[in-house]
Write a protein that binds this ligand. Sequence first.
Ligand code: SF4
Ligand code: FES
Length: 281
Amino acid sequence: MRRPGRAMMKTDNRQDQAVRNTITIDGREIPFQPGQTIIDAALEAGIYIPHLCHRSGLSPHGSCRLCMVDIVDRTETLGDSDRRREGKIQEETRSRSVAACTMPATAGQWIRNNTPELNEARKVITQMLFTEGNHICPSCEHSGNCTLQAVAYYLGMLDGHFPPFFPRRELDASHPTVMLDRDRCILCELCVRASREADGKNVFAIAGRGTRARLIVNSASGMLVDSDIEMHDLAVHVCPVGAILIKEQGYRVPIGQRTFDLHQVEEIDLRKTILPEMGQK
Ligand code: SF4
Ligand code: FES
């Protein structure tokens, strides 16, 4: 028998690798790059997993818990996929919940994402986020461009359900172009990471614990005006709610033409579309 040539072996190896580097989400098999998280592989394949504290390119954080998915334990033997197709194998029973934004994709993972149970849990988390802050959307400049609001629509949230906290946190309007409304902050730390990792600055941090946790500004006075923040910093544009705003830009886009008027949250690539009307860099 002829030995396979080096070129053929290389091709076979690449094909093997490609087959190995796939995961299955809600029955759809998608590829992933080694080192990629489940959510990044999913978003790249056009599969939406609800998320708020994640942004591809910034380090994972795992705090909002919206991206929880179930990894199903399938002890599979050769030929099981055929038997499953023929209906000879029953639906899997055991699963564990993981945050898709921190869990690396691993070959063969069988993942449940868009299920009524997971979406109900996500809706409850979203309701808690709403009631922990002052999210008065009808008067918020960010309404229609807010990912928290868009996720709430996606999950069918009709009310806050829980008693509101009505927090009274300090508003910082000291900077000439950027302002910070802490009562809308969901502590996702996207601005903290964007400032540090993308802007090369260190403008924000979280101080305090539990219900006392709040976003602080790393300047001598603790005010934005004394920080080196600039309106084109990614940290200003990455905020998924209306906590960080650019002054004199509010209500510029007519209702009906705002980001989430035109698209459902699952339809758009949040990695690329963050407030384009505000001149994302
Ligand atoms: S200000 Fe915005 S980006 Fe920063 S932690 Fe709060 S919600 Fe997240
Ligand atoms: S997106 Fe995964 S925990 Fe927030």
